[in-house]
Design a protein around this ligand. Structure first.
Ligand SMILES: NC(=O)C1=CN([C@@H]2O[C@H](COP(=O)(O)OP(=O)(O)OC[C@H]3O[C@@H](n4cnc5c(N)ncnc54)[C@H](OP(=O)(O)O)[C@@H]3O)[C@@H](O)[C@H]2O)C=CC1
Ligand SMILES: O=C(O)[C@@H]1CCC=N1
Length: 276
C-alpha cells in the first residue's frame, strides 16, 4: 500500500526498535514514508546492522534521534522507559512530539521527565500492524494539540485503524486490543490440539481452524450482525455446536475471559510503577 505522506518533510525516529518498533517502522515504509525521513535506535549493534540491512534506515543513538527527529516514537519496554527518558530528557527540545507505545506508561510520567510543555501522545498499537490490520488506540497528553493527534493518526493509520480514547481508558484498551491478538492465537493453538485429539493431522487441523477464524472475523467485521446472532446461525437444534457450547459454559470460559482481560488491565495499571 503506497500512500501520500502529507508530513513527509517530518523526520520520525523509533527509539527501541524491537518487535513493535520494527513492525511500525516496516509499516511506515510500506505506507510510503521515505527511508531518509526515518531513524531507528537500538541497544545492540548487531540489531542496528540487521535493521539497516533489512530496511535501509539510518540507525543512530538515542541522543542523536532526539536532536534530529521531529517525532520520537518510544517503543522500549515499560520497565526501560524511566532510564530512556533520563537519557533523553536533556536532548528533547520542547517543540518535539513524543509518542509512547508502552503499555501502562502515562503521559504524565513522560511529561514529568521532559522539558515543560513537550507534547506527548500515548498510543497502544498491536502486532497486526505488520499486515496493515493493526488497531492503534490514541490519547493526548496535557500539551498535545489537535495537530499532534492528527500527525499521530497519520503515522499509525498507515498500518490499520486508529481510535481516540480518553487516557483513563488506555489500560482497558491495552487489555482488549494491544494484547488481543494473543488471545486468538491461544485459542487457535488450543483448538488445533483438539483437532489432533479428534484424529486429524496437525497441519490440516491448523488450516481448518485458521480458515474458520478468518471467515468468522470477516463476517463479524462486514455483516454488521451482533456476535450472538452469528453464533445462533451456526447452532442447530440438537446439533453439534450446542454440545460444544455447553462444555464451554460448564468450564467457565466466558468468566475466564472476563477475568483474563481484567488481569491484563490491572497489569497495565501496575507497569508505570515498575520504573526505577
Ligand atoms: N509486542 C506487542 O504486541 C506490543 C508491545 N507494545 C509495547 O511496545 C513496547 C516494546 O514491546 P516489544 O516490542 O514487545 O518489546 P521488545 O523487547 O521486542 O522491544 C523493545 C526494544 O527496545 C530496546 N531497548 C531497550 N532499551 C533501549 C534503549 N535505552 N535504547 C534503545 N533501545 C532500547 C530493546 O533492546 P534489546 O533487544 O537489547 O533488549 C528491544 O529491542 C513495550 O512498551 C510494550 O508495552 C505495545 C503494543 C503491542
Ligand atoms: O504484553 C504486553 O505487555 C504488550 C502490551 C500489549 C501487548 N503486548
Amino acid at each position: 500500500m503506497t500512500q501520500t505522506v502529507a508530513a513527509a518533510a517530518q523526520t520520525v525516529a523509533v527509539l527501541g526498535t524491537g518487535k513493535i518498533g520494527e513492525a511500525l517502522l516496516s509499516g511506515m515504509i510500506r505506507a510510503g514514508w521515505p527511508t531518509a525521513r526515518l531513524l531507528a535506535t537500538t541497544r545492540r549493534t548487531d540489531r542496528a546492522e540487521e535493521l539497516r540491512a533489512r530496511y535501509g534506515v539510518e540507525t543512530v543513538t538515542n541522543d542523536e534521534a532526539a536532536k534530529r527527529a521531529d517525532t520520537l516514537i518510544l517503543a522500549v519496554k515499560p520497565q526501560d522507559m524511566g532510564r530512556l527518558l533520563d537519557e533523553l530528557g536533556p536532548h528533547v527540545a520542547a517543540d518535539r512530539l513524543v509518542v509512547s507505545a508502552a503499555a501502562g506508561i502515562t503521559t504524565a510520567f513522560i511529561e514529568e521527565r521532559l522539558a515543560a510543555g513537550t507534547a506527548v501522545v500515548r498510543v497502544m498499537p498491536n502486532t497486526p500492524v505488520l499486515v496493515d490490520e493493526g488497531m492503534s488506540v490514541i490519547s493526548a497528553g496535557s500539551h498535545a494539540t489537535a495537530g499532534h493527534l492528527a500527525h499521530t493518526e497519520e503515522i499509525f493509520g498507515g498500518v490499520g485503524k486508529t481510535l481516540r480514547v480518553p487516557e483513563s481508558q488506555q489500560d482497558a484498551a491495552t487489555a482488549l486490543s494491544g494484547s488481543g491478538p494473543a488471545y486468538f492465537y491461544f485459542l487457535v493453538e488450543a483448538m488445533t490440539d483438539a483437532g489432533i485429539l479428534l484424529g486429524l493431522p496437525r497441519a490440516q487441523a491448523h488450516d481448518l481452524i485458521v480458515q474458520a477464524a478468518i471467515g468468522a472475523a470477516v463476517m463479524l467485521r462486514d455483516s454488521g450482525e451482533h456476535p450472538v446472532k452469528l453464533r445462533e446461525a451456526v447452532t442447530s437444534p440438537a446439533g453439534t455446536t450446542i454440545s460444544a457450547i455447553r462444555e464451554l459454559e460448564n468450564h467457565g470460559v466466558r468468566a475466564a475471559l472476563i477475568a483474563a482481560l481484567e488481569a491484563a488491565r490491572d497489569r497495565s495499571r501496575e507497569l508505570a510503577g515498575g520504573n526505577g
